[in-house]
Design a protein around this ligand. Structure first.
Ligand SMILES: [Zn+2]
Length: 315
Protein backbone atom coordinates (compact mmCIF):
# COMPACT_ATOMS: atom_id res chain seq x y z
CA UNK A 1 0.00 0.00 0.00
CA UNK A 2 1.37 3.46 -0.85
CA UNK A 3 2.53 5.34 2.25
CA UNK A 4 0.30 8.35 1.54
CA UNK A 5 -2.73 6.04 1.64
CA UNK A 6 -1.65 4.48 4.90
CA UNK A 7 -1.00 7.88 6.43
CA UNK A 8 -4.54 9.22 5.82
CA UNK A 9 -6.51 9.35 9.08
CA UNK A 10 -9.63 7.20 8.59
CA UNK A 11 -12.65 5.82 10.41
CA UNK A 12 -14.04 2.34 9.88
CA UNK A 13 -17.84 2.22 10.05
CA UNK A 14 -18.66 -1.23 8.67
CA UNK A 15 -16.78 -4.04 10.33
CA UNK A 16 -18.10 -7.22 11.92
CA UNK A 17 -15.81 -8.15 14.78
CA UNK A 18 -16.51 -11.84 14.21
CA UNK A 19 -15.40 -11.31 10.61
CA UNK A 20 -11.98 -10.12 11.73
CA UNK A 21 -11.16 -13.55 13.14
CA UNK A 22 -7.99 -14.51 11.26
CA UNK A 23 -7.36 -18.24 10.69
CA UNK A 24 -4.29 -18.17 12.96
CA UNK A 25 -6.30 -16.80 15.89
CA UNK A 26 -9.18 -19.14 15.07
CA UNK A 27 -6.86 -22.13 15.40
CA UNK A 28 -5.26 -20.74 18.57
CA UNK A 29 -8.66 -20.25 20.22
CA UNK A 30 -9.83 -23.70 19.12
CA UNK A 31 -6.79 -25.16 20.84
CA UNK A 32 -7.26 -23.05 23.98
CA UNK A 33 -10.91 -24.11 24.22
CA UNK A 34 -10.26 -27.68 23.07
CA UNK A 35 -12.60 -27.50 20.11
CA UNK A 36 -12.16 -29.87 17.18
CA UNK A 37 -12.19 -28.05 13.82
CA UNK A 38 -13.39 -29.38 10.45
CA UNK A 39 -10.22 -28.00 8.78
CA UNK A 40 -6.82 -29.69 9.03
CA UNK A 41 -4.80 -26.48 9.27
CA UNK A 42 -4.69 -22.75 8.59
CA UNK A 43 -3.96 -23.27 4.86
CA UNK A 44 -6.95 -25.59 4.37
CA UNK A 45 -9.18 -23.04 6.06
CA UNK A 46 -7.86 -20.18 3.94
CA UNK A 47 -8.42 -22.27 0.83
CA UNK A 48 -12.09 -22.57 1.85
CA UNK A 49 -12.45 -18.77 1.56
CA UNK A 50 -13.81 -18.90 -1.98
CA UNK A 51 -17.46 -17.91 -2.06
CA UNK A 52 -20.11 -17.67 -4.76
CA UNK A 53 -22.53 -15.56 -2.73
CA UNK A 54 -23.32 -14.11 0.69
CA UNK A 55 -24.84 -17.34 2.04
CA UNK A 56 -21.77 -19.48 1.31
CA UNK A 57 -19.68 -16.99 3.24
CA UNK A 58 -22.14 -16.87 6.15
CA UNK A 59 -22.07 -20.64 6.55
CA UNK A 60 -18.30 -20.55 7.05
CA UNK A 61 -18.45 -17.41 9.18
CA UNK A 62 -20.83 -18.99 11.70
CA UNK A 63 -18.69 -22.14 11.82
CA UNK A 64 -15.62 -20.01 12.57
CA UNK A 65 -17.36 -17.99 15.31
CA UNK A 66 -17.89 -21.23 17.22
CA UNK A 67 -14.36 -21.04 18.67
CA UNK A 68 -15.27 -17.84 20.56
CA UNK A 69 -16.28 -18.93 24.04
CA UNK A 70 -14.81 -16.84 26.86
CA UNK A 71 -14.53 -13.16 27.69
CA UNK A 72 -10.81 -13.43 26.94
CA UNK A 73 -11.58 -14.81 23.46
CA UNK A 74 -13.74 -11.81 22.62
CA UNK A 75 -11.09 -9.52 24.07
CA UNK A 76 -8.34 -11.12 21.95
CA UNK A 77 -10.49 -10.93 18.81
CA UNK A 78 -11.23 -7.23 19.29
CA UNK A 79 -7.68 -6.38 20.34
CA UNK A 80 -6.21 -8.04 17.23
CA UNK A 81 -8.53 -5.95 15.06
CA UNK A 82 -7.59 -2.71 16.84
CA UNK A 83 -3.91 -3.37 16.28
CA UNK A 84 -4.55 -3.68 12.54
CA UNK A 85 -6.38 -0.36 12.74
CA UNK A 86 -3.46 1.29 14.48
CA UNK A 87 -1.06 0.10 11.78
CA UNK A 88 -3.28 1.61 9.06
CA UNK A 89 -4.07 4.91 10.76
CA UNK A 90 -7.70 4.08 11.46
CA UNK A 91 -8.38 6.49 14.31
CA UNK A 92 -12.05 5.73 14.98
CA UNK A 93 -14.09 2.51 14.72
CA UNK A 94 -17.80 1.71 14.91
CA UNK A 95 -17.77 -2.09 14.79
CA UNK A 96 -20.73 -4.46 14.75
CA UNK A 97 -21.10 -7.55 16.83
CA UNK A 98 -23.82 -10.19 16.48
CA UNK A 99 -24.93 -11.27 19.98
CA UNK A 100 -27.29 -13.92 18.57
CA UNK A 101 -24.41 -15.78 16.92
CA UNK A 102 -23.15 -16.40 20.46
CA UNK A 103 -26.19 -16.45 22.74
CA UNK A 104 -27.81 -19.07 20.48
CA UNK A 105 -24.94 -21.45 21.30
CA UNK A 106 -25.13 -20.79 25.03
CA UNK A 107 -22.56 -18.02 25.48
CA UNK A 108 -24.01 -15.40 27.87
CA UNK A 109 -24.55 -11.93 26.39
CA UNK A 110 -22.40 -10.29 29.00
CA UNK A 111 -19.42 -12.58 28.37
CA UNK A 112 -19.42 -11.41 24.74
CA UNK A 113 -19.95 -7.77 25.59
CA UNK A 114 -17.45 -7.48 28.43
CA UNK A 115 -14.62 -8.94 26.36
CA UNK A 116 -15.30 -6.62 23.43
CA UNK A 117 -15.87 -3.58 25.59
CA UNK A 118 -12.68 -3.99 27.59
CA UNK A 119 -10.61 -4.25 24.42
CA UNK A 120 -12.29 -1.14 22.98
CA UNK A 121 -11.56 0.79 26.18
CA UNK A 122 -7.93 -0.38 26.17
CA UNK A 123 -7.73 0.57 22.48
CA UNK A 124 -8.81 4.07 23.34
CA UNK A 125 -6.25 4.38 26.15
CA UNK A 126 -3.30 2.55 24.64
CA UNK A 127 -3.75 3.04 20.89
CA UNK A 128 -5.70 6.30 20.77
CA UNK A 129 -8.55 4.76 18.76
CA UNK A 130 -12.02 6.06 19.66
CA UNK A 131 -15.09 3.88 19.20
CA UNK A 132 -18.83 3.39 19.17
CA UNK A 133 -20.15 -0.18 19.33
CA UNK A 134 -23.17 -1.29 17.28
CA UNK A 135 -25.32 -4.27 18.21
CA UNK A 136 -26.49 -6.03 15.07
CA UNK A 137 -29.56 -8.24 14.72
CA UNK A 138 -29.44 -11.34 12.52
CA UNK A 139 -32.17 -10.84 9.93
CA UNK A 140 -32.53 -14.53 9.07
CA UNK A 141 -33.96 -15.01 12.57
CA UNK A 142 -37.44 -13.74 13.57
CA UNK A 143 -38.03 -10.23 14.90
CA UNK A 144 -39.11 -11.80 18.19
CA UNK A 145 -35.52 -13.03 18.66
CA UNK A 146 -34.21 -9.54 17.95
CA UNK A 147 -36.52 -8.20 20.66
CA UNK A 148 -35.06 -10.72 23.13
CA UNK A 149 -31.55 -9.63 22.20
CA UNK A 150 -32.41 -5.97 22.69
CA UNK A 151 -33.86 -6.81 26.09
CA UNK A 152 -30.64 -8.62 27.07
CA UNK A 153 -28.66 -5.61 25.95
CA UNK A 154 -30.59 -2.98 27.87
CA UNK A 155 -28.77 -3.45 31.21
CA UNK A 156 -25.64 -2.50 29.22
CA UNK A 157 -27.30 0.33 27.29
CA UNK A 158 -24.35 2.70 27.69
CA UNK A 159 -22.01 0.25 25.94
CA UNK A 160 -23.71 0.88 22.54
CA UNK A 161 -24.38 3.72 20.19
CA UNK A 162 -26.80 1.91 17.93
CA UNK A 163 -28.35 -1.15 16.36
CA UNK A 164 -27.78 -2.69 12.95
CA UNK A 165 -29.21 -5.43 10.75
CA UNK A 166 -27.06 -8.02 9.01
CA UNK A 167 -26.78 -11.64 7.77
CA UNK A 168 -28.68 -13.04 4.75
CA UNK A 169 -30.32 -10.13 2.93
CA UNK A 170 -32.43 -11.65 0.16
CA UNK A 171 -35.85 -12.69 1.39
CA UNK A 172 -35.43 -10.82 4.69
CA UNK A 173 -36.49 -7.22 3.94
CA UNK A 174 -36.04 -4.43 6.50
CA UNK A 175 -39.81 -4.14 7.06
CA UNK A 176 -39.70 -7.39 9.08
CA UNK A 177 -37.79 -5.48 11.79
CA UNK A 178 -39.76 -2.23 11.91
CA UNK A 179 -41.02 -2.69 15.48
CA UNK A 180 -37.74 -3.71 17.09
CA UNK A 181 -35.97 -0.80 15.43
CA UNK A 182 -38.66 1.57 16.73
CA UNK A 183 -38.08 0.20 20.21
CA UNK A 184 -34.29 0.63 19.89
CA UNK A 185 -34.68 4.21 18.67
CA UNK A 186 -36.99 4.97 21.58
CA UNK A 187 -34.08 3.98 23.82
CA UNK A 188 -31.98 6.66 22.13
CA UNK A 189 -30.01 4.24 19.95
CA UNK A 190 -29.00 5.15 16.39
CA UNK A 191 -30.19 2.87 13.59
CA UNK A 192 -28.17 1.54 10.66
CA UNK A 193 -28.86 -1.46 8.42
CA UNK A 194 -27.35 -3.54 5.66
CA UNK A 195 -29.38 -2.85 2.52
CA UNK A 196 -28.82 -2.93 -1.21
CA UNK A 197 -25.87 -5.33 -1.18
CA UNK A 198 -27.57 -8.34 -2.78
CA UNK A 199 -31.06 -7.01 -2.13
CA UNK A 200 -32.85 -4.52 -4.43
CA UNK A 201 -33.12 -0.72 -4.03
CA UNK A 202 -36.58 -1.24 -2.46
CA UNK A 203 -34.80 -2.62 0.62
CA UNK A 204 -32.89 0.66 0.93
CA UNK A 205 -36.14 2.64 0.69
CA UNK A 206 -37.60 0.45 3.44
CA UNK A 207 -34.57 0.79 5.68
CA UNK A 208 -34.72 4.58 5.35
CA UNK A 209 -38.49 4.90 5.63
CA UNK A 210 -39.38 2.22 8.16
CA UNK A 211 -36.23 1.63 10.18
CA UNK A 212 -35.22 5.30 9.96
CA UNK A 213 -31.56 4.51 9.53
CA UNK A 214 -28.84 7.14 9.71
CA UNK A 215 -26.40 5.25 7.50
CA UNK A 216 -26.76 2.59 4.81
CA UNK A 217 -24.45 -0.40 5.07
CA UNK A 218 -23.34 -1.38 1.53
CA UNK A 219 -26.08 0.32 -0.52
CA UNK A 220 -24.21 -0.16 -3.80
CA UNK A 221 -27.43 -1.13 -5.60
CA UNK A 222 -28.86 2.35 -4.94
CA UNK A 223 -27.34 3.28 -8.28
CA UNK A 224 -30.12 1.29 -10.00
CA UNK A 225 -32.76 3.75 -8.76
CA UNK A 226 -32.34 7.37 -9.82
CA UNK A 227 -34.91 8.75 -7.36
CA UNK A 228 -33.14 6.96 -4.51
CA UNK A 229 -29.78 8.30 -5.68
CA UNK A 230 -31.18 11.83 -5.60
CA UNK A 231 -32.43 11.36 -2.05
CA UNK A 232 -29.16 10.00 -0.66
CA UNK A 233 -27.25 12.79 -2.39
CA UNK A 234 -29.66 15.54 -1.25
CA UNK A 235 -29.74 14.30 2.33
CA UNK A 236 -26.07 13.25 2.34
CA UNK A 237 -26.94 9.86 3.83
CA UNK A 238 -23.64 8.00 4.20
CA UNK A 239 -23.02 4.61 2.56
CA UNK A 240 -20.54 2.24 4.18
CA UNK A 241 -19.18 0.51 1.10
CA UNK A 242 -16.96 -2.58 1.32
CA UNK A 243 -15.15 -3.05 -2.02
CA UNK A 244 -13.18 -6.27 -1.39
CA UNK A 245 -16.25 -7.88 0.20
CA UNK A 246 -18.32 -7.02 -2.88
CA UNK A 247 -15.83 -8.78 -5.14
CA UNK A 248 -15.44 -11.83 -2.87
CA UNK A 249 -19.23 -12.24 -2.68
CA UNK A 250 -19.72 -11.60 -6.39
CA UNK A 251 -21.77 -8.39 -6.06
CA UNK A 252 -19.43 -7.13 -8.79
CA UNK A 253 -17.39 -9.45 -10.96
CA UNK A 254 -14.17 -7.39 -10.95
CA UNK A 255 -12.91 -4.47 -8.91
CA UNK A 256 -12.72 -2.58 -12.20
CA UNK A 257 -16.55 -2.67 -12.30
CA UNK A 258 -17.09 -1.30 -8.79
CA UNK A 259 -19.26 1.82 -8.64
CA UNK A 260 -17.84 3.49 -5.50
CA UNK A 261 -15.88 6.20 -7.33
CA UNK A 262 -18.78 6.86 -9.71
CA UNK A 263 -20.97 7.39 -6.64
CA UNK A 264 -18.34 9.60 -5.04
CA UNK A 265 -18.15 11.78 -8.15
CA UNK A 266 -21.94 12.09 -8.21
CA UNK A 267 -21.87 13.48 -4.68
CA UNK A 268 -22.86 10.42 -2.65
CA UNK A 269 -21.28 10.32 0.80
CA UNK A 270 -19.52 6.97 0.30
CA UNK A 271 -16.96 5.54 2.72
CA UNK A 272 -14.46 2.65 2.45
CA UNK A 273 -14.72 -0.29 4.87
CA UNK A 274 -13.61 -3.89 5.21
CA UNK A 275 -16.78 -5.75 6.36
CA UNK A 276 -15.22 -9.13 7.29
CA UNK A 277 -11.51 -8.57 6.61
CA UNK A 278 -10.24 -12.01 7.65
CA UNK A 279 -12.51 -13.59 5.04
CA UNK A 280 -12.37 -11.02 2.25
CA UNK A 281 -8.67 -10.40 1.86
CA UNK A 282 -7.95 -7.22 3.72
CA UNK A 283 -8.61 -4.39 6.13
CA UNK A 284 -9.47 -0.76 5.37
CA UNK A 285 -5.99 -0.10 3.99
CA UNK A 286 -6.16 -2.98 1.52
CA UNK A 287 -9.60 -1.79 0.41
CA UNK A 288 -8.24 1.69 -0.33
CA UNK A 289 -5.25 0.14 -2.10
CA UNK A 290 -7.54 -1.96 -4.32
CA UNK A 291 -9.41 1.18 -5.43
CA UNK A 292 -6.12 2.86 -6.24
CA UNK A 293 -4.86 -0.13 -8.18
CA UNK A 294 -7.98 -1.16 -10.10
CA UNK A 295 -10.06 2.00 -10.37
CA UNK A 296 -7.30 4.58 -10.54
CA UNK A 297 -8.47 6.32 -7.37
CA UNK A 298 -6.54 9.59 -7.07
CA UNK A 299 -5.04 11.04 -3.93
CA UNK A 300 -7.76 13.71 -3.90
CA UNK A 301 -10.49 11.05 -4.11
CA UNK A 302 -8.85 9.04 -1.32
CA UNK A 303 -8.81 12.12 0.88
CA UNK A 304 -12.51 12.74 0.26
CA UNK A 305 -13.35 9.11 1.03
CA UNK A 306 -11.34 9.26 4.26
CA UNK A 307 -12.93 12.58 5.23
CA UNK A 308 -16.39 11.11 4.51
CA UNK A 309 -15.67 8.30 6.96
CA UNK A 310 -14.79 10.82 9.67
CA UNK A 311 -17.86 12.93 8.87
CA UNK A 312 -20.19 9.90 8.93
CA UNK A 313 -19.31 8.89 12.50
CA UNK A 314 -22.23 8.42 14.85
CA UNK A 315 -20.09 8.45 18.01
ZN1 LIG B 1 -21.48 -6.27 6.65
Amino acid sequence: MPEWLNALPKAELHLHLEGSLEPELLFALAERNQIALPWADVETLRAAYAFNNLQEFLDLYYAGANVLRTEQDFYDLTWAYLQRCKAQNVIHVEPFFDPQTHTDRGIPFEVVLRGIQQALLDGEKQLGISHGLILSFLRHLPEEEAFKTLEQAMPFRDAFIGVGLDSSEKGFPPRLFERVFAKARSEGLHAVAHAGEEGPPEYIWEALGLLKIKRIDHGVRAIEDERLMQRIIDEQIPLTVCPLSNIKLCVFEHMGQHNILEMLERGVKVTVNSDDPAYFGGYVGENFAALHEHLGMTEAQAKRLAQNSLDARLA
